[in-house]
Ligand binder design. Structure first.
Ligand code: GLP
Length: 261
């Protein structure tokens, strides 16, 4: 893992957006794995800006999102499909047929999950997977005890996640208690991974994911097994990391890290 410590949330978000943009420029038909949540909102705003002002071209890009709530159709304001349309897809020149999220209202959810895995494989696998982390340590909706080799499937949301995301549903009816999510194994198959973590509220879980043991109790700790995982964090999220000095030192002294500066 490479822990890249940026001084502010804005700097961390801007770096994440720049690395995604570089991926798209280097391989215009990239397959991107995408995430939702408050952490990603300004990353997507920056990608929209790069499209509008710097002609970043998404016309050939394919996307697969990590997860979706069970029971929410794509036009529900709390669905992740709606989130993606609002924050990213409608602001860039992506072909909507190339954007994929699990269908949370599919009649046969198990078949939907199998088809999702097949669709990722048909596209050649994910080039770059963007991730956030939940307070439960989840990536996607891989709640505690998710098998480290799990694939896309239906998953019950943990009480921690229910509490964390309940605010989004306050005016829109009850929050679903289940989600469809890529598995930890699906995520680990991505060729490159970018985990973006900002803010003090994530400091404890970030430290457990990055410096703690690999455990299915903290799904994000499985990223330690990945050969190309970059973890972009701001100072607020880094406060519980025991090796902060080392991460700052390596950032300043490692010539290979030049592209992140
Ligand atoms: C949801 C998503 C996760 C995301 C998490 C963090 O639970 N399923 O993929 O990482 O939220 O959200 P936030 O960025 O709002 O803290």
């Amino acid at each position: 893992m490479e822990v890249i410590l940026r001084p502010t949330r804005e700097a961390a978000e801007a770096l994440a957006a720049r690395l995604i943009a570089e991926q798209v420029r280097a391989k215009p038909d990239s397959v991107l794995g995408l995430a939702t949540g408050g952490t990603m909102e300004r990353v997507y705003a920056e990608l929209v800006r790069l499209h509008v002002e710097e002609e970043l071209d998404f016309s050939l890009v394919r996307t697969f999102n990590l997860d979706e709530y069970v029971g929410l159709p794509g036009d529900h304001v709390c669905s992740y499909r709606y989130y993606m349309d609002q924050h990213l897809f409608r602001g860039i020149n992506i072909d909507s047929r190339n954007t994929h999220l699990p269908n949370g209202v599919a009649e046969d959810l198990a078949a939907e999950c199998r088809a999702y895995e097949e669709a990722i494989t048909r596209c050649g696998g994910i080039d770059l997977q963007l991730l956030g982390i939940g307070k439960s340590g989840h990536i996607g909706f891989n709640e505690p005890l998710s098998a480290l080799r799990s694939r896309t499937r239906e998953k019950a949301l943990s009480p921690v996640t229910m509490a964390q995301n309940a605010g989004y549903f306050s005016q829109y009816g009850p929050m679903p208690q289940r989600g469809l999510t890529m598995g930890v194994g699906t995520i680990l198959d991505a060729r490159d991974i970018l985990l973006l973590v900002t803010g003090e509220a994530k400091a404890d879980v970030l430290a457990r994911a990055v410096e703690g043991p690999v455990t299915s109790m903290i799904s994000a700790s499985a990223l330690q097994l990945h050969a190309h995982c970059r973890v972009i964090v701001d100072e607020a999220a880094a406060t519980q990391l025991s090796e902060q000095e080392y991460y700052r030192w390596i950032f300043d002294h490692e010539p290979e890290w030049e592209p992140y500066r």
